[in-house]
Design a protein around this ligand. Structure first.
Ligand code: CDP
Length: 234
């Protein structure tokens, strides 16, 4: 069967990763969490006291960072590794969330990660979620989804997710973090969060996870069939 690239972009915490993971599972595709890569770089910068205004220091740091994913049978998903160390839990902590958008707006960081992401999706058969996947990383992706949801709903979902990991965070703090990141992510110069012209908009405010997954899987299946008919797919 022809394989396609599915790009899922959108605002923070509107269900991109959870949906992308399930869609990948349903199609037998690989799920790649591009946000985890930006989070891992942020963790490295934090641990190594990298100044966000020192270009030389940043360039050197980027050379020393290797972010990889390894499938974990027990967790049933890919876990993020930073220079060989499992950082999956740490990168989801609030202190990383509080700094990640400042790191993600740095041009050199984006250039390095976009290249890696393009390599990961070269063979197609991937579902990648992020902010610039359909616009910069894979502008030719066969299926592009742009996700959004009400801020309060997103904050509640994220708070519950954190609670599930024994992190108790005040709802106002979560809401503020999401709003701040949305603002930095949409207004930055390089690779801003933006809806691609050919993206399908999915407002998940009143949708269940199952509905979100079904919607994307159905869209993907009709694209796959269409690719086969036109003989354009690989
Ligand atoms: O899970 P959540 O929606 O909170 O965020 P994420 O996907 O883990 O991404 C964390 C942050 O990384 C975002 O707020 C962006 O600043 C940055 N990011 C980005 O700039 N470009 C991407 N392709 C993915 C994430």
């Amino acid at each position: 069967m022809n394989k396609i690239v599915i790009a899922i972009d959108g605002y923070s915490a509107c269900g991109k990763s959870t949906t992308a993971k399930e869609v990948a599972k349903a199609l037998g595709y690989t799920y790649i969490d591009s946000g985890a890569m930006y989070r891992a770089v942020t963790l490295y910068f934090h641990e190594n006291h990298i100044s966000l205004t020192n270009d030389k220091e940043i360039a050197k740091a980027i050379e020393n960072i290797e972010v990889t994913f390894r499938y974990d049978e027990e967790a049933g998903k890919n876990l993020a590794y930073l220079n060989g160390l499992n950082v999956e839990n740490e990168i989801r902590e609030m202190y990383v969330s509080e700094n990640v958008s400042q790191v993600s707006r740095i041009k050199a960081v984006r250039e390095a990660l976009v290249l890696q992401q393009q390599k990961l999706g070269k063979k197609k058969g991937v579902v990648m979620d992020g902010r610039d996947i359909g616009t910069v990383v894979f502008p030719n992706a066969e299926l592009k989804i742009f996700m959004l949801a009400d801020l309060y709903v997103r904050a509640t979902r994220r708070q519950n997710e954190l609670l599930g990991k024994d992190q108790m965070v005040d709802l106002e703090q979560v809401k503020k973090n999401l709003a701040t990141r949305d603002s930095i992510d949409t207004t930055r110069e390089v690779g801003p969060l933006k809806q691609a012209d050919d993206a399908v908009v999915l407002d998940t405010t009143f949708m269940t996870l199952e509905e979100q997954v079904d919607e994307v899987v159905n869209l993907a299946l009709s694209k796959i069939v269409k690719e086969k008919e036109t003989g354009m797919g690989s």
